[in-house]
Ligand binder design. Structure first.
Ligand code: SAH
Length: 267
């Protein structure tokens, strides 16, 4: 599809919404949302973007009754079904669909079922959440590499696929997604792996949403900070020297979100 063509009937657009501020949608995402016949989304695009979607052309597949998640196979089948009805379908995900967004599974399923699709990349919260907090994920003096990691798994379980010890050795910046609940376990795993307990850490909750919160500490203090400030998902954890640079810029850092609840800075 060329840049300004209208979306094709029967095509599925795997669209990332960015972190939540509607102005951080790409122009392409915005146009596709306006022109789509149907949008399947979950909660992660955030309230401001979801309220832009017309109620009669959207379905929230994030949660069903009784707090259960819609199983992935059901979402996959729905995408195929809508495509076969000749609809122009947007599958909207928070951040970028291909960063911990299961976009790859949906793409594979669509390909298997002969459904044409397009991937529309977006601003991932893994970079945007640190960014709005004044934290660059790389910095010439602090980090020449960055790792994006899921914090969803229990690091003390042998089946954990994240090698925290290796991450501690690699250094650079570690950005943890889905990492609020298991923060105590992986903070400890990183200290056990050799990172200093003094390593700076920042938590950024609901980046660019109303009610954004930012809290800072160290590997040793961050669990208490999380509890004091009341950081809840969705939040990003940034670990490494870069998290410490926020302090030197924060007095001059302006963004449109922080008035709705800047968390305490605890050093
Ligand atoms: N595809 C998404 C990530 C999905 S995994 C992306 O690229 O951003 C879900 C996790 O994303 C959440 O647990 C949280 O860690 C992170 N996340 C997504 N949006 C966020 C936001 N606005 N603020 C903070 N964290 C966010």
């Amino acid at each position: 599809m060329s840049e300004d063509a209208t979306p094709e009937p029967g095509t599925v657009y795997l669209v990332g919404s960015g972190p939540g501020d509607p102005e951080l949608l790409t122009l392409k995402a915005k146009r596709l949302l306006e022109e789509a016949d149907f949008v399947l989304h979950d909660k992660l695009p955030g309230p401001k973007i979801i309220e832009l979607l017309p109620d009669d052309r959207r379905q929230d597949v994030g949660k069903r009754a009784h707090g259960n998640r819609t199983p992935q196979w059901e979402i996959n089948e729905r995408l195929v079904e809508l495509s076969r009805e000749g609809k122009r379908v947007v599958r909207l995900k928070g951040g970028d669909s291909f960063v911990f967004g299961r976009g790859g599974e949906e793409a594979a399923y669509l390909a298997e079922h002969g459904v044409p699709f397009e991937v529309v990349p977006a601003v991932t919260s893994a970079v945007a959440a640190p960014g709005v907090a004044g934290i660059p994920v790389t910095h010439r003096d602090h980090a020449s590499s960055v790792s994006f990691v899921t914090g969803h798994e229990d690091p003390t379980k042998p089946e954990s696929t994240v090698n925290w010890e290796a991450l501690a050795e690699t250094g650079g910046t570690i950005v943890v997604l889905m990492g609020v609940t298991r923060l105590p376990q992986y903070a400890q795993a990183l200290i056990d792996g050799g990172l200093s307990p003094e390593t700076p850490v920042a938590l950024v909750e609901r980046a660019t949403w109303p009610g954004q919160q930012i809290a800072t500490g160290t590997l040793e203090t961050i669990v208490d900070v999380r509890d004091e400030v009341g950081i809840e998902p969705p939040a990003i954890t940034v670990i490494g020297g870069v998290a410490g640079t926020r302090e030197s810029v924060v007095d001059f850092l302006r963004n449109d979100y922080s008035q709705s609840g800047e968390g305490v800075s605890n050093d």
